[in-house]
Design a protein around this ligand. Sequence first.
Ligand SMILES: [Mn+2]
Length: 304
Amino acid sequence: MTEPNVLQLDAMPDWMASIESDDLIVAENDHQTNWYRSIFISDVHLGSKGAKAEFLADFLKYHQCDKLFLVGDIIDGWRLKKRIFWPQTHTNVIRRILTKAKRGTEVVFVTGNHDDFLRRYSGIDFGNIQLTDEAEHETLNGDRLLVVHGDKYDSVIQTQKWLAVVGDWGYETLVVLNRYFNRLRQKFGMGYWSLSAYVKQKVKSAVSFITAYEEAVVKDCREQGYDGVVCGHIHHPEIRKIDEIDYYNCGDWVESCTAMVETASGELKLLKWVDIQHAQNKQNAADGAAAAPAANQEALHDPT
Ligand SMILES: [Mn+2]
């Protein structure tokens, strides 16, 4: 792998300067929000076409937390180096995160391999946003969790390399197919469904890789004396107890669109955007509102 180039910004982008007068704050206050002790999100891949940025922006709007962990591959620096792709929806995700930080959420940005251009800045703490390669989180029940993206475990796995698996079943093609497939579903008024995640589950080589990966993560976690681990990287959301160690994988916002949350009572659980979307659509229908487009929940009623 070649040495990553540092992304250079000539000036502060307009959207950063305009956070002070953020209209999103008003929008958020107008709606019911779900509060969590902490939220963990990974593998958003902003800057790539596969990123479901609209979904995530919507999720961040309706879910609040004391601590937000970005568990790596939030920005796809690899993709951006090849070609600049940055639509407004991707900016909206960044704005939502910065707005949260500004309003008191502690944001911990754990770097991943696709945003490894940030790793040279690890340790920097600006305001409510901290940049790091690894973090620790203590749950309400006192469990110590290692928070790490997880790409470093690729090299530990003997059987197969992740990239080899990815090459195997034409991952890129699947992600593109998935996009068209869901556009079609949307046309027919159907909700989002991940074709690529489905296919991945059916491919044996991918399954054996995932198992080996999980074991490698848990082994390191135990050696370091943690009770559990929160990671991402393999785009496979999961909650599992492996030999007394809690394994939490946040999933991703390219296929599965999932987030790991710690509830007010200290329990970790997986939220699926698909479920949230269905609940919102149901609510909209019950309110007699016109069917809202899949990623536009602006019409959601004030639930008070
Ligand atoms: Mn990764």
